[in-house]
Each structure stands twice: as C-alpha cells, then as structure tokens.
Design a protein around this ligand. Sequence first.
Ligand code: PLP
Length: 484
Amino acid sequence: MTGTPETGDFRRHLARVGAALDALLADPGRPDALPSRAAWEPLLGDALPEHGDGADATVEALAETVVPNGTRMSHPGFWGWITCGPTTVPVVAATAAMVASSQRYSLTAFNHLEELSLRWLAELCGLPAGMRGVYSSGGSTANLVALGAARQWAFERVGVDVAAEGTGGRAVAVYASEEAHHTVHRSLGVLGLGRSALRVVAADDRQRMRVGDLERLLREDRAAGVLPVAVVASAGTTNTGVVDPLRDIGRLARSAGVWFHVDGAYGLPGVLDPRVAHLYDGLELADSAIVDPHKWLGAPVGVGATFVRDADLLTRAFTQEPAAYLEDSFDEGPPVVSLDSIGITYGDMGVELSSPARGVVVWSILRELGREGLRARVVADNDLARRVARAATTHPRLELLAEPVLSVCCFRYAPAGAGGADVDRLNEDIVRALLRETPWMPSSTRVQGRFAIRPCFINARTRPEHVDAFVDAVVGIGDRLAGG
Ligand SMILES: *Cc1c(COP(=O)(O)O)cnc(C)c1O
C-alpha cells in the first residue's frame, strides 16, 4: 500500500463520510460519546501502526467509529457558551478549500474571496466604509491582532516603534468592562503589555460598561503619566449578550485620543435585527472591531475576523520582515500566473503565515443566504431568547435574571420562598441533570452573583418547539429536585 492518493477518491470517501454526518444529524437522541468510550476507544488503535490499513478501511473507521462519537454541538438542543455546529454549505466550502487551495495566498479565486468576503462581512455588520480586514483562527487571535494594532498606534504617537523596540517598560493601560471576554486579558499578556495593564471598568445593573467609571480611570491614568493603549467595548458580552454604550464610549475614547476597539466576536451580527440595531449606534467610531463568523454565522470553527481603519498599521505591527524564502519566490513585474504574486500579504497583517483559505467559507454563507437570510436567522435566534424570557417571567417557579438583549437568556428555577445559596445549588443540579438526561444543553453563568441557566441561541438547527421542551424540562427537573 503506497498511500498515493488516486484521482476519483474524493467522491467515494466524502460520500461515505457525508452519509455518516447526515445520519448523525438526523438522530434526535444524539447519544453522548463518553458512556460508550470503552466500546470505541480500542477501535481507534493504541500503538503506532507499522503498516497502514489503507484508505478505505481508514475512512470506514472514521465514518463508523469517530463521527458518531464527536461532540453534541451540532444537535439542535446545544446552546452552551457561544458555540454551535456549523451549517452545511460553509463546511463543504472549507473542505473544498483544503484541497483546491491549501493556502490563502497567490492570485486565485480563493485569495480573491478573502478580500471580497471581508468587505461583505464588514458591510453586513455595519462597520464603517473603508475598514480593512484579516482573518485568523477566531476571536482570541482576532482580539490579539486588533490590540496589536492599537499598541503600535499608541506607541508610534510617542515616537516608539513598539514592534521593533518593545515597550521599554513604559506604564500602559487598556480599559474594558468587568464583562469583557478574558481573551482581552490574555492579549495584553501576549503583547508584552502585561495583564496588569487592564483597567477593569465597572458594569451597571444591566451589565453594560459604566462610562462615568471609564472617564474617571482615563483621567487618573493621564494624571499619573500612564500611556492609554485602547478602550475595549463589547458588542454582545459573553455572559449575558449585552451591548456596551458604544457611542458614549467611542466619543470618550476619541476625545481622550485613545484607540477604540469593539469586541463583536459573538454579537456584531446582532445589528441585523431592527429591534436592537440602535444599540450599535456609535460603531462607526471604532478604530478596530472583530467578529467571529464561527459563532452566529454558522461557519466551522477556525474563522475570526479583525477589521481596522488603517491596514498599514497592522503590517507595521506584525510584519515578519522580508525573508528570502518568501520574497525571492515572487516576480517583480506584472503577474502572468497566479504564483507570480503572493496576493495581499495577509501573513504580515497578523500572527499566522500558513493559513487556510477562510474567505471562501464566509463568502459561501453570504452567497447562500444573503443579508436578508442572515437577518432572518438572527431575528429568529433573538426571538428564541425572548421566548425563554417570556416563559421565565410568566411561570410561577421560574425567574428571569437578565432581560435578553441579543440571543442569550439568563434565568433559573426559583420556587417561592427559596433564595440564596440553596437556589444556586438547585440550579447547578438542574443544569447537570439537563446535560445527563435530556437533549437540551445550555451552559451556566452568574448574573450579579446569582447562578443562572444560560442558553445562547446561535444554532441554525434550533426550532421554537425545542426551546419549549427545554423550558418544560427545566421546570420538570426543578420540581423533582426541589420536591425530593
Ligand atoms: C467567543 C468570544 C471571544 C473568543 O473567541 P474564540 O473564537 O473562542 O477564540 C472573544 N470575545 C467574545 C465577546 C466572545 O464571545
């Protein structure tokens, strides 16, 4: 067996795996991988094979043994964290790209779609015209890249090329609310600014950044000679899905001469819902913004996007510097064939050189559904959160902990007269029972210290009847555990 791929193999192998995926998605029970681990683990092998099984047997094992024992995130009842199973077309696009264009570079249709889809994505999300983008693996990297641009800009304004020289130990600050995603904290560590540079701005009783508190922190730091690097606002927080007051924060950042970054990894597509679009007012003040197509847009995991006003800044922040192994392989003159040019030098605009072609994935979603199709999906998801909220408000033994803004609803089971740590513990048990006994898989969080059951609806396979059954299950399990 040589393992040499043969022409014509893809149709057969993808058909086999495709059938297994269809069967998986058609299974309403969607059994969990863990209880049957003893059955499937030995079938995957233990020692390194000396001689291979060959393509057919390997693909068969993939379809038979691996696929049915993956995560349950593609199930319509999965609403944990901010993650879900991707939809079909972008998965097909990603698979095609792996073979047809295994890098995003050179003058190909795939490279063209990197740029085109970033432009479409910016327009879809209501970003200011002229913002330029770059893809990366997700929100973690996208925030890192955006804050790298902010760091470059802030230091250039005091005459330092920070990418070349480092911070020189200068005291810096980045401002974000207590509800900000912790990838912001990590970015500061990676960028050499230090996690301790984060100024945590208090949130109000609706979990939005307190602008007055931000103003005070900026003033105190200025008086102390600290260099402000960026103000980070959230357009859709991870805990409760709220949008910070973007215009007030943006105005304040502008007037203080500080970079304004909007983390919209989850929530930026929320602007499509006319009922909440006004919350995004002020987005046009952003110097950078991120969105994760692998969240609300249903792309397979591994697609985030950073947008900035000034793409040259990204290059100054992230250039690898010229390298003979790259530069010398491209022609100086007008390109004649695709490999005469690397195309847009995305490898100098972030932290990845080798990178899959992700533009085709986002393009395929927007081409399949259009702005109106995605708007319908976002509106339907926001409706699901409101459906849970309505049930939580009207049912005598449910309590709404935060009015949904986007597609997250935080609520809990709260029998009359009960409170405090007991209700927290009861709801922890309810979430555990849901995951063990039912097809409904929310995650949890705390809202002002109180334990909350937290479904986040970004799953294109979820229907209202799934959500109704989930609410019934919460009440049923709650009654059983509380009455027990
Ligand atoms: C999910 C999320 C991130 C991190 O994104 P990953 O794609 O998981 O790396 C950052 N910010 C916000 C607001 C998020 O919801």
